[in-house]
Design a protein. Structure first.
Length: 246
């Protein structure tokens, strides 16, 4: 959240933080969201998840005005994405598509395998890759022969949350590998930790045509796309044409 607020301001926008205590009631939280919905000075609303267990996350997300839903989690935006209508798209998978476009000249017809089927990464990633004319397979914890499936991928997206699960010998030579995972593991120095992805980077980099590092790679793109979504929402609110390169 700190990074998001800092970069929002650095990009020339205003950032308002509403820090509610963990004991906040559902009614208080919904009231805050509805107040922001009505505020014309606010173009984007982000409720930082996960919420404490006594709060109903779905109801809170559904309370956000879909036009201000810069995380792209509201069912209206999820539905619009799936039918190819203009939507606010979840930031992490959208950022992944920008990285893939840099590395892959023409994704048409390529086999994309996504490991992970969460609502915030795996599923929207699949919709976006379908829209890029990829042939898409979604894998998850019940998938059989995951290494064999991953080896068929021209584009492999790992969004699992398991440190370095994807090994070098799971990668098709030349494949584009996008590592969404952020996992904290013990560092060599006692008492310290470090971040690793879902892909064993050094092994995979020997085989892949392109690969994103962790940290770096997908993480910074998520915040960039949050800012992008806010600009899109502000343009739509004011009836301004959205620049084609946004
Ligand atoms: P999630 O909701 O926990 O979903 C994880 C997915 O991985 C599930 O679909 C699960 O399958 C699947 N999975 C778990 N173990 C597996 C295994 N052994 N083999 C195959 N699939 C397995 O996680 P998420 O929110 O999508 O996040 C995934 C990772 O991305 C996390 O490390 C998270 O921190 C990171 N992340 C990074 C960013 C960023 O900005 N870079 C943003 C969001 C998330 P089932 O559905 O069958 O349980």
């Amino acid at each position: 959240m700190r990074n998001k607020a800092r970069q929002t301001v650095a990009a020339g926008m205003r950032s308002f933080e509403h820090l509610l205590p963990a004991s906040t009631s559902q009614a208080e939280l919904l009231d805050t969201v509805r107040r922001l919905n009505r505020d014309p000075a606010v173009h984007g609303i982000l409720v930082q998840l996960p919420l404490p267990s006594h709060l109903a996350e779905d109801e809170v997300i559904e309370a956000i005005d879909p036009a201000k839903d810069v995380d792209g989690f509201h069912p209206i935006n999820v539905g619009r994405l799936s039918i190819g209508a203009p939507a606010l798209v979840p930031c992490t998978p959208y950022g992944c598509t920008l990285l893939i476009r840099e590395a892959v000249a023409d994704p048409t017809g390529l086999h994309a395998v996504i490991v992970g089927r969460s609502n915030i990464v795996g599923k929207p990633m699949a919709q976006l890759l379908l829209a890029m004319n990829c042939t898409v397979t979604i894998a998850h914890s019940r998938t059989r022969d995951l290494p064999g499936l991953a080896r068929q991928a021209d584009i492999l997206v790992a969004a699992v949350g398991r440190p370095e699960m994807v090994r070098g010998d799971w990668i098709k030579p030349g494949a584009c590998v996008i590592d969404v995972g952020i996992n904290r593991v013990p560092a060599a120095e006692p008492g310290k930790t470090r971040l690793v992805g879902d892909v064993a980077f050094a092994e995979a980099a020997e085989v892949a045509g392109a690969i994103t590092p962790v940290p770096g790679g997908v993480g910074p793109m998520t915040i960039a796309c949050l800012l992008r979504n806010t600009v899109v929402a502000a343009c739509r609110a004011r009836g301004i044409d959205i620049p084609a390169d946004l």
